[in-house]
Design a protein around this ligand. Sequence first.
Ligand SMILES: Cc1cc2nc3c(=O)[nH]c(=O)nc-3n(C[C@H](O)[C@H](O)[C@H](O)COP(=O)(O)OP(=O)(O)OC[C@H]3O[C@@H](n4cnc5c(N)ncnc54)[C@H](O)[C@@H]3O)c2cc1C
Length: 383
Amino acid sequence: MNLELSEEQAAVRRLAEDFVAREVTPYAAAWDRAESVDRSIVKKLGALGFLGLTVPEEYGGSGGDHLAYCLVTEELGRGDSSVRGIVSVSLGLVAKTVAHWGSEEQKRAWLPRLTSGEALGCFGLTEPGTGSDAGNLATRAVRDGGDYVINGSKMFITNGTWADLVLLFARTNDTPGHRGVSAFLVPADAPGLSRRPIHGKLGLRGQATAEVVLQDVRVPASALLGPEGKGFSIAMSALAKGRMSVAAGCVGIARAALDAAVGYAGQREQFGRSIAHYQLVQELISDISVDVDAARLLTWRVADLIDRGEEFATAASKAKLFASEAAVRAANNALQVYGGYGYIDEYPVGKLARDARVMTLYEGTSQIQKLIIGRAETGVSAF
Ligand SMILES: Cc1cc2nc3c(=O)[nH]c(=O)nc-3n(C[C@H](O)[C@H](O)[C@H](O)COP(=O)(O)OP(=O)(O)OC[C@H]3O[C@@H](n4cnc5c(N)ncnc54)[C@H](O)[C@@H]3O)c2cc1C
């Protein structure tokens, strides 16, 4: 694995850095307070190609490899995790999945719109009654002539109220567990589909999170993504790559925490000199710095494995597990460096800590990542 960036990778990172400095960082605190990112950001992300990375150019994508995708995701995560999540879900979980599993017609219908930012995608797997045990989902899609009729409810859906397309997972037969699950591309304006915004989140407040309810939603059989009964494999393959993207976003959070802690420690004086002189403060900063490097290396390894066509799912779980826990530690350490000022939202570290906290929960909790890694090591499934 070559750790030196190519010219293209370095250029895409600079583009993302500039974009974040101009269009994200100055507004992130206000978006957090308003509980909404400015929606115009979606078109801007699309215009720069950030919603089309790794998607083939013939479908409107901007090409690039998975390391370039990680670089952009890290920069966005450093600026605002709510913005990073828009890309990780609409591109990482939805567009990339359509590109991999979709028919020619589905790819032509959705990918140019998703990659340009004209349309946004959301990923509907979790339900009120099933989170970690996603294979037991209850939403049903019943065949009716040339259509499917879908009933059920999806919980905590990122981009939920903004999305134009729902990549939806529903049960198409009575086989218990994950074997009866199929994937569908459901337009969000389909009659019978409604969205309830979820407010009051601890972090990621700028993000449009929703419960998506489906009451007799009728879609043609051509909305089925991949073979019937393959939905759970499709969801798991999307999430394995998605975990790399979450991990890269976590590296961004940890870097933001490092920058903030170093800056503050250098200018805050106590006992007659800057607190950066105190070894216990240096320890907090040193721990963040090591976490940044370790999390980034684990994440880049996943990108390298994917780009070389190697098996990557366990490496993605390791990266996601480590980077998400590292982001929580890093933000917490930075908050400690700020002392009491870290606890008020005039300073950036409180938001970092709140945004980091969800990373150990979604796209598979830390406990679930440990079970995946344990299964890979022992050959025994604890699920
Ligand atoms: C802000 C936010 C955005 C989200 N976005 C999306 C989205 O876009 N699409 C989507 O489909 N979902 C989304 N989710 C849902 C998320 O993926 C789930 O919350 C997550 O998978 C955990 O499910 P749960 O909340 O039902 O917790 P549960 O599964 O009920 O878990 C509760 C606790 O039990 C533990 N646990 C469960 N099973 C085991 C086990 N076998 N062994 C050990 N411990 C176990 C868990 O680790 C956890 O600590 C989002 C969630 C949040 C908070």
